[in-house]
Design a protein around this ligand. Sequence first.
Ligand SMILES: Cc1cc2nc3c(=O)[nH]c(=O)nc-3n(C[C@H](O)[C@H](O)[C@H](O)COP(=O)(O)OP(=O)(O)OC[C@H]3O[C@@H](n4cnc5c(N)ncnc54)[C@H](O)[C@@H]3O)c2cc1C
Length: 419
Amino acid sequence: MFDVAVIGQGPAGGMAALRLAEAGHSVVAFDRKKRVGDPIHCGEGLGKIALEHTNYPVGDWAIREVKGNRIRMPNGKAVGLMSPGYSIHRWGLDSKISDDAVAAGTERHEGIKISKVTKENGHWDLFSKDGEVAKAKQLVIAEGRVPNIVTQVGLKGNDKLRLLPGLQYKFKTSDVDFPDNDYFDFYIDPMYADGYVWVFPRDGIFNVGIVATNGAKSGLEYFCREQMNVDPEKRILNDLGDKQNGGLIPRDGPIPQFSTKGAYVVGDSAGLTNPITKGGVHVGMLSGEYAAIAIGNELGSGKLVPPSHAINYHELRGQYWENCGEALHPDLESHVWYDRILKRQPWTKQKFVDQSKLIYSLDKRVLNLIGEIYDGRNYSDLPWLKMFAVLIKNPDLAPLAGKLLKIKASLKVTETYGW
Ligand SMILES: Cc1cc2nc3c(=O)[nH]c(=O)nc-3n(C[C@H](O)[C@H](O)[C@H](O)COP(=O)(O)OP(=O)(O)OC[C@H]3O[C@@H](n4cnc5c(N)ncnc54)[C@H](O)[C@@H]3O)c2cc1C
């Protein structure tokens, strides 16, 4: 019998396996992919804050540093979100975390899909199509965006309606007409339904992708032709030999409950993506880390102590972490503590999800006016006089001021907690 079984070796499951194996527990991990990280489902952007929060070292999977993000409106004017990050080899990051977990003692099985989990006499039995593959005292569910095991342990998963499709191409820098600089650009336009197009610079390559509720392929190809002056057919193969990559992203916030006795849901399985950027690597790693703390307490190797960044690090603590000590009392049951620490994060709050969606509901004229107002400034540096001047000229847009403040608040959470 293993102490812990981890289903899925993306960044969330990899991080949980790594921290639990490092703490001396016997860990078995499964991934249905033949090779962890392959194929890639990612734009391959990661905020530096992710590594600070999870205390994970940068590696050669990080191929280029960027200074921050620019949210570009249809008129091309930008609002800045200047927290730094990296262009990464996503398969490199996933496989490195999982390989580190193996080096720390995790028994990993690739190419095995867990199809069924049952609870017998207080432990979990895991089955593939060929029969039972492991028994474990504790379970980490890190199966990504489509819930299967989550619902088998009695929790509610995200359903398909709450998933946003994404698609990405790669181009050589020399094949496109686009400036190569150290920023990630996000293009917001109602034509990219509920989503955006991203351009992430790499080493002589641009990742160009889209998330949109519909028309993702046509939206992406329109952007390539119109904004980058390149035929989509000129795209190149990615590191693993694929001509495009894509996938589905949870977009409507987290599942109602993150854990039940002995079972912890992490990453995309828990709906943990940033609703503005749709990024999920950081919060996936973070939730894997929190699950490892909770399970470590359950198995007697550690205590229910939140990492310092979770309660002390950020400027928003006064607003969100009142009564935190009581709510996260170290005598709580481990799974209750895990559920609570995630629910106490500003980025899992419904208010943040709602604020984040706001920017995608604005029409072209309003987006362009926001671009005019900011004109390249960081989101935190709202030029009030300019905003009032715009509102005086456009009196029908009086509610814009309130919306801008909400958008600003959601970008603050993203800057403070990572994207
Ligand atoms: C097109 C696209 C672009 C994106 N761009 C970014 C970005 O630039 N930055 C960012 O931070 N995030 C990005 N995301 C989101 C990010 O990829 C996810 O949030 C992240 O992968 C979540 O990590 P995870 O470990 O929870 O899940 P995953 O990475 O999906 O890992 C889950 C793993 O579980 C395995 N698995 C599933 N079911 C089973 C089973 N039954 N048995 C065994 N194994 C199983 C899968 O094979 C998979 O390896 C993007 C997503 C998409 C689709």
